[in-house]
Design a binder for this molecule. Structure first.
Ligand code: GTP
Ligand code: MG
Length: 457
């Protein structure tokens, strides 16, 4: 995937469609003077100075007029020579400019290829490149703020500091192993234990912040499940604040899976409404129930709704036995929601004396604040916390793996005085962290990361 770095690449950098201004970006380590000559009729251009030009085709006909900007290597986004043409934002005009560049020898850039080159030329590390993509995709104010923090390197700095600490510890431990006469003393040193525990503590602190970022970026998936008529669609509508789903007194109203992306007091949630679970002869409903199960299996959080006028049994096993048989290794926490309390007479809010049980009325919209607060807490969302940076699933995975390796390493040392095992755990933990910033990342992974970016980025 990472190849052809000699090519000059070109792409439209602005969003497709019509706009006041459209930007074509050209980048390559090669001399760009043929492009300057071919496009704007000059051999050189003052670096970083906006120059008003006519952009011409092979016959000398004017394609557009606008501003050209030349950034010689290494002072550019990619670190290569970069030429930016700012013309008018029309699809045809911009395509003609791109074609002209291709005529002159450039090739079309792959998605994310500009960022990939910036990364390969050490203009930024992997988390920063990812943060740019996250900033562009941010769907909320907080998500955008956290992406900017990562883009400016806050996340990378913390990860690099951790790596530094790990390296120092590894040097110490490995030196101890190399001098067996002193190994016991080295390893028994109280400072080593303390440093290891500090490291574990720092890892945990970063993980907490990164997890917030990941929640902000991706949103959690909340699935509404239950028997027909329990009020799932009514709850979806109440949460979304709109009549997204059809609600009727007929059991079995919902068949399709409905998704709404909502912000619950700032927490992004993908709320999924599903068909009521029951045995049915109707093939349409059967398919709806099958799809409901797929959603349940993939949920981050499941709300199981029951009609409180029919039951308020605290026993999930009796009211939803299929859950236990179908998801034997159920990891997802199920929250029981007693709905229709306007008719059953239960008190709204957390049901006292029971875990994970809430009483609401979807119709009257009561008890929703307590449910929302509880969801925020379960998911681990801390509101508009300062210092959150955008993080992806892969960052979390690496941090979690590093954390468990450090924990094992500490145990190896404390239980068995096993310096060599500790050294190996630290080595692997360091490799995990280095994957985050891209110091040791396989080409394959890099290819996957950059190809998810947009073209021209
Ligand atoms: N009194 C009362 N009625 C409710 C409440 N929530 C839902 N209902 C009624 O219960 C009936 C079923 O509601 P839905 O939201 O369609 O239930 P559902 O779980 O989506 O049902 P299916 O799609 O058939 O599985 C409708 O007549 C709603 O008006 C509530 O909080 N109080
Ligand atoms: Mg429904």
């Amino acid at each position: 995937m990472i190849q052809n770095n000699k090519d000059v690449i070109v792409a439209v950098a602005t969003a497709p469609g019509r706009g006041g201004v459209g930007v074509v970006r050209l980048s390559g380590s090669a001399d760009l003077s043929p492009y300057l000559t071919g496009l704007v009729g000059r051999q050189t251009m003052e670096p970083r100075l906006a120059t008003y030009c006519r952009f011409r085709d092979a016959q000398g006909e004017v394609i557009d007029e606008g501003i050209a900007l030349y950034f010689p290597s290494p002072g550019s986004f990619t670190g290569e020579n970069v030429l930016e043409l700012q013309g008018h934002g029309g699809t045809v005009v911009l395509n003609r400019l791109v074609l002209r560049c291709v005529e002159l020898g450039a090739r079309l850039a792959r998605p994310g290829e500009f960022s990939e080159r910036a990364f390969l030329n050490d203009k930024m590390d992997l988390t920063q490149a990812e943060a740019i993509a996250d900033l562009i995709d941010a769907s909320s104010y907080e998500a955008a703020r956290s992406a900017v923090r990562s883009m400016q390197g806050e996340f990378s700095v913390l990860v690099n500091q951790l790596v530094e600490k790990m390296i120092r510890l590894r040097i110490y431990v490995e030196a101890a192993i190399d001098f067996p006469e002193e190994e016991i003393d080295f390893l028994a040193d109280e400072r080593l234990r303390k440093n290891l525990h500090d490291l574990a503590f720092d890892l945990q602190a970063i993980l907490v912040r990164a997890r917030q970022g990941s929640i902000l970026r991706d949103g959690m998936t909340l699935v509404l499940a239950g028997r027909p008529n329990a009020g799932k669609s009514s709850l979806l509508n109440a949460l979304a604040g709109s009549d997204a789903a059809i609600v009727t007194p007929v059991a079995g109203t919902t068949r399709d899976v409905l998704r709404e992306r909502i912000l619950l007091d700032g927490l992004p949630l993908n709320v999924v409404d599903t068909a009521g679970l029951r045995e049915s002869d109707n093939p349409i409903e059967q398919e709806g129930v099958r799809r409901a199960w797929v959603e349940i299996e993939n949920a981050d959080v499941i709300l199981f709704l029951v009609d409180a006028t029919e039951t308020d049994s605290p026993d999930l096993l009796s009211i939803w036995p299929e859950y236990f048989t179908r998801l034997p290794e159920a990891r997802q926490p199920v929250t029981l929601v007693l709905n229709k309390i306007d008719r059953s007479g239960h008190t709204a809010g957390a049901v006292s004396g029971r875990v994970n049980t809430f009483a609401i009325s979807a119709k009257e919209r009561t008890g929703l604040a307590a449910l929302s607060a509880y969801l925020q807490k379960t998911i681990g969302y801390q509101g508009q916390a300062e210092g959150v940076f955008s993080a992806r699933r892969r960052h979390l995975d690496a941090l979690i793996k590093a954390q468990s390796l450090v924990a094992t390493g500490i145990a190896q040392l404390e239980d068995a005085g096993a310096g060599e095992l500790l050294a190996e755990d630290l080595r692997q933990a360091q490799a995990q962290l280095s994957e985050i910033t891209g110091q040791f990342t396989s080409d394959d992974l890099l290819g996957r990361i950059f190809s998810s970016f947009c073209i021209g980025k």
